[in-house]
Design a protein around this ligand. Sequence first.
Ligand code: HEC
Ligand code: HEC
Length: 252
Amino acid sequence: MKKMGLTVAVSIALLPALAVAQPPAEKKPSIEVRNYPGNTASTERDEALKLKGNVKAGQAAYQEYCEACHLPTGGGNPDGSIPQLAGQHSTVVIKQLADIRSGLRYNPTMYPFARKLANPQALANVAAYIQTLCIPVGSGKYAGPDAAEMLAGGKLLYEKQCSQCHQPNGEGAKDQFYPVLAGQHYGYLLRQMTDIRDGKRANAHPEMVQVAKNYNYDQLLAISAYQASLTTPKSMLMTPGSMCKTGAGKKL
Ligand code: HEC
Ligand code: HEC
């Protein structure tokens, strides 16, 4: 009985944002958007983006500086404390690393390790390697008793306000710096969505901040639950953002 009440309240709560929030304008190149805080003079990012990454050198750096937290598979921690990185677009990884190194994206836990990468070539290398990893299955999902309701509500919001950039299956867009969301942990997504809404992730896309600003906690939960349920299609198995066929995060 109690659960029913909550469920109904949540469904209703999900609706106003659909009516109030304007759907974001046509797909725009993220990084060139005027006043995009991530669009600071990051020569490091721009240089790294021009370089061809060396996957072998990237693997060595990853093993030395990254895998203790992000794991050899790139899968991170399903509790959401450490994000899943495998299959992420190299452009996104380069941008996030440059933003973390410059302090634009506040990440004190990882900062000292991100600083170990010697130069833009090292950023390009590790990003090239990460992009080759297939997404381990078995990522953290929302498992509350109202999961079905939340997923349905989150799907509505996602398809209305997010999928034009992140794509219906969550594979993002490499050239536009739109991250792969498929296979990402629910807990991490909820934290990022909350930080983005509250202005704590300084490098977020302004259109996304605009949309998220209208969300209450239940809506953030619903949309995070839905994002975490996305899987890239089989047709993408050999491209970045693909899911591992078998082995649940054991095999690269
Ligand atoms: C001490 C643990 C730790 C180490 C070592 C570490 N990271 Fe991280 N990393 C994190 C945490 C925690 C976050 C998420 C922080 C947050 O919630 O914003 C993160 C976030 C990231 C992100 C952003 C992911 C996204 O989806 O936006 C990237 C990219 C990344 N790490 C790459 C690396 C690379 C490459 C290395 C090695 C050079 C590395 N990390 C080493 C803990 C670590
Ligand atoms: C205009 C394009 C656009 C729209 C619309 C958009 N996003 Fe994003 N999103 C981005 C970009 C670009 C980034 C990377 C920002 C950065 O550089 O840190 C991002 C990052 C994210 C991240 C962080 C991913 C990570 O790996 O750390 C999440 C989660 C996210 N978006 C979810 C959403 C949701 C949910 C919506 C809909 C409510 C949405 N986005 C709408 C472009 C968009």
